[in-house]
Design a protein around this ligand. Structure first.
Ligand code: PBG
Length: 330
């Protein structure tokens, strides 16, 4: 056997688990995860077929699920409401009803766990009879400035109820600055803004829209969400969100957009969040249910890749499960 004359043998650094751990770069812990939860008015939890393990939670179900997640170290949740058709309207006014489902849920959670970090989504789609994030005007146009006024009212209703982090997901122009001003004017200087900075017009939101029954009734979201072909545009959105006072910025979806996460990582000192969206979750679940993928290994690898790309924190429907897997290792 002829020995290769190699001075560098990278495999020496992979030869055993302890040596490998010396230089393991990305890590996943429960502290890096935010858990998105669906809520509704129903008495019972209603499972979501394309998102096994997720349900529209009743008020009691929400408390139960948060308790389970907290037990394994998950400290932050983000709430998404499924709103009854009767409460939907063309201006989405239920979004800023201070007695609405989201404000009530925030108060119930904060009463039980004051230290829980509650993130809230700002956008009109769950409340809009048109299924759009903004107000639809004549000819199907999404009205930017009218929408921003409604989003400010929505953010205030959430802040008054006790939200810690306001996350505008609507992609209207100027909404971060307007929400910052509205919050500050009411004294909510400690409420953070997590801007959905690079949110793409993605097919991977399908299961989410089923869960909330929030799909656009006509048209698509391409006049406000970004073109999946683009990444320079993400830098432009980043510059605006930073200038308007965003505390954290987000890339969404996550797995198919790792290059965008990396580009933002190199361009900002702000914390970066990435959203592993419903379709990414559904793919992992479906393949694992069929035995085609090892669920735990593939889910952990997909999250690790998102961290490696440069995300600080990940919104994932796997949050509680990951917490359980990691707790099992301790
Ligand atoms: C709506 C919103 C969407 C998601 C989060 N906030 C859907 C959309 O923009 O159509 C998607 C999340 C997911 O798919 O998991 N403003």
């Amino acid at each position: 056997m002829t020995r290769l004359q190699l001075r560098s043998r990278p495999r020496r650094n992979r030869k055993d688990p302890i040596v490998r751990a010396f230089h393991s770069e990305a890590q996943i812990g429960a502290q890096h995860l935010i858990y998105p939860l669906f809520i509704h008015e129903g008495e019972r939890d209603a499972p979501i077929s394309a998102m096994p393990g997720c349900a529209r939670l009743s008020p009691a179900g929400l408390l139960r699920e948060v308790e389970r997640a907290r037990a394994v170290g998950i400290g932050a949740v983000v709430l998404f409401p499924a709103i009854a058709d009767a409460l939907k309207s063309s201006d989405g006014r239920e979004a800023h009803n201070s007695a609405g489902l989201v404000p009530r849920s925030i108060r119930a959670l904060k009463e039980r766990w004051p230290e829980l970090v509650i993130v809230t989504d700002v956008a009109l789609d769950p409340y809009s009879s048109d299924g759009h994030d903004g107000i639809v005007g004549p000819g199907g146009k999404i009205l930017n400035d009218e929408t921003v006024a409604a989003l400010c009212a929505q953010a205030l209703a959430q802040a008054r109820a006790g939200a810690d982090v306001i996350a505008p997901s609507d992609m209207m122009d100027g909404r971060v600055g307007a929400i910052r001003d509205a919050l500050d004017a009411e004294g909510f200087t400690e409420v953070s803004i997590l801007a959905y900075t690079a949110k793409y017009a993605s097919a991977f939101y399908g299961p989410f829209r089923e869960a909330l029954d929030s799909a656009p009734r006509s048209g698509d979201k391409k006049t406000y969400q970004m073109d999946p072909a683009n990444s320079r545009e993400a830098l432009r959105e980043l510059a605006l969100d930073e200038a308007e006072g965003a505390d954290m910025v987000m890339v969404k979806p996550a797995g198919p957009y790792l290059d965008v996460i990396r580009r933002l990582r190199e361009a900002t000192t702000l914390p970066i969040a990435a959203y592993q969206v419903s379709g990414e979750y559904a793919m992992l679940k479906a393949a694992s249910e069929r035995g085609w993928l090892d669920e735990r290994r593939s889910a952990m690898e997909s999250l690790l890749a998102i961290r490696r790309a440069g995300a600080d924190v990940i919104l994932t429907y796997y949050a509680r499960q990951v917490g359980e897997w990691l707790a099992g290792e301790r």
